[in-house]
Ligand binder design. Structure first.
Ligand SMILES: Cc1cc2nc3c(=O)[nH]c(=O)nc-3n(C[C@H](O)[C@H](O)[C@H](O)COP(=O)(O)OP(=O)(O)OC[C@H]3O[C@@H](n4cnc5c(N)ncnc54)[C@H](O)[C@@H]3O)c2cc1C
Length: 288
C-alpha cells in the first residue's frame, strides 16, 4: 500500500490565512487544491511536504468573471466549472476545447486551474492554452501581489516562479474583439495525456493576421510557445498555405522526446498537423 509520510494539515479560511500559514510553516509546506497531482506524488514519496495548506474553502478563488477588459479565472476554479462556464467558452473557446479533453469527469470535478499550472507538468493542456491567449498569472504573498505573464510563469518542467510563501490566485486573459481561438489534441485514448497538442489564438485585421498566439503541449516547446511560427504569421495573410507553413515551423522548433507515446518524427508530424488545424478553427471563429 502506498502511504504518504507524516505531515501537518491546516485548512485555510481566507487567502490571508493561507498566506500566513505558508509563512508559518516555511518552504517545506505545500498548498493542496484538488490533490490529484500532489497526493499521488506524496504516496510515492516523490513529494514529502511537512505541512499541507488546504485552500479548498477559499470561495473567493473559485470565481470566473469578465471585468475590466479581462476574463478572470480564480485559481480554485475546477476544470468542470471552467468547462461549464458560458462566458469562458464564448470569449475563449480554446478553454472549452482543452477542458473537453483533459482527463475524465472524476479528475475534472476536483482538479483546479491553479493546481494545473502550478504542477507545471510539460503535458498540462491549460499551460499551452493560456500561453496561446497570453494570459497573466496573479501571485500573492504577505508582501503583496505581483503579475507574471504565463509565458514567463514556468521555470522548467514541474517548476514555476511561484515562491514557497506565495499563492497563485488568478489567471487574467485579455479580451480582444474578434479574437478566435482553438485547441487540438491527440492522445492515445479518451481522457489521456497528450501525445501532442496545439492551441491557437488569432486576431485578424481584414484578410491579415494582426496577432497570433500558438501554444504547444507535451513536445518540449520553450515556455509552451511556438514563437517562431507566431512571428511568421504576424502581419501576413491568413491563408491555408501560411497556416500550413506555420505548422511546419512550429514542428521544427520544438523538442519532442521519444517515449511510450511515440517517436520524435511522429510527434513533430502531429505538431505540424495540429497547429494548422487549430489555426483554421481559430480563424473560422474569429470571422464569426
Ligand atoms: C488520471 C489523471 C489524468 C489527467 N489527465 C490530464 C490531461 O489529460 N491533461 C491535463 O492537462 N491534466 C491532466 N491531469 C492533471 C489534472 O487535470 C490537474 O490539473 C492536476 O491534478 C493538478 O490540479 P490539482 O488541483 O489536483 O492540484 P494539486 O494536486 O492539489 O496541486 C498540484 C501542485 O500545485 C500546487 N498548487 C495548487 N494550487 C496552488 C495555488 N493556488 N498556488 C500555488 N500552488 C498551488 C500544489 O502545492 C502542488 O505542488 C490528470 C490528472 C490525473 C490524476
Amino acid at each position: 500500500m502506498q502511504v504518504p509520510a507524516q505531515f501537518e494539515y491546516e485548512r485555510a479560511s481566507s487567502v490571508e490565512h493561507a498566506l500566513a500559514l505558508l509563512a508559518k510553516y516555511g518552504p517545506e509546506s505545500r498548498v493542496i487544491a484538488g490533490g490529484h497531482s500532489l497526493i499521488p506524488m506524496m504516496k510515492l514519496r516523490l513529494a514529502r511536504p511537512e505541512a499541507l495548506i488546504d485552500v479548498n474553502e477559499l470561495a473567493e478563488l473559485a470565481t470566473i468573471e469578465a471585468a475590466g477588459g479581462e476574463l478572470r479565472i480564480g485559481a480554485l476554479v475546477r476544470h468542470a466549472q471552467l468547462l461549464a462556464s458560458g462566458v469562458a467558452g464564448e470569449l475563449f473557446p480554446i478553454l472549452h476545447d482543452a477542458e473537453r479533453v483533459i482527463a475524465d469527469p472524476i479528475v475534472r470535478n476536483r482538479g483546479t486551474i491553479g493546481g494545473s499550472l502550478c504542477q507545471a507538468d510539460p503535458s498540462e493542456d491549460l499551460s499551452a492554452a493560456f500561453a496561446a491567449v497570453r494570459a497573466t498569472a496573479v501571485i500573492r504573498s504577505e508582501e503583496g501581489e505581483r503579475t507574471v505573464p504565463v509565458r514567463d510563469f514556468f521555470a522548467g518542467p514541474y517548476d514555476t516562479v511561484v515562491g514557497p510563501a506565495e499563492l497563485l490566485v488568478e489567471l487574467r486573459l485579455p479580451i480582444r474583439a474578434g479574437l478566435g481561438s482553438a485547441y487540438a489534441k491527440v492522445g492515445r485514448r479518451a481522457g489521456d495525456w497528450a501525445v501532442a497538442a496545439a492551441g491557437a489564438a488569432l486576431a485578424l485585421d481584414g484578410p491579415d493576421v494582426a496577432e497570433a498566439g500558438i501554444g504547444l503541449t507535451a513536445v518540449g516547446a520553450p515556455r509552451f510557445v511556438a514563437a517562431e511560427a507566431e512571428d511568421f504569421l504576424r502581419g501576413g495573410a491568413a491563408t491555408p498555405d501560411r497556416f500550413e507553413k506555420a505548422g511546419v515551423i512550429a514542428a521544427g522548433h520544438c523538442s519532442p522526446a521519444a517515449d511510450q507515446r511515440g517517436p520524435v518524427d511522429y510527434k513533430r508530424h502531429l505538431v505540424a498537423t495540429l497547429t494548422t488545424r487549430a489555426l483554421h478553427l481559430a480563424q473560422a471563429r474569429a470571422e464569426g
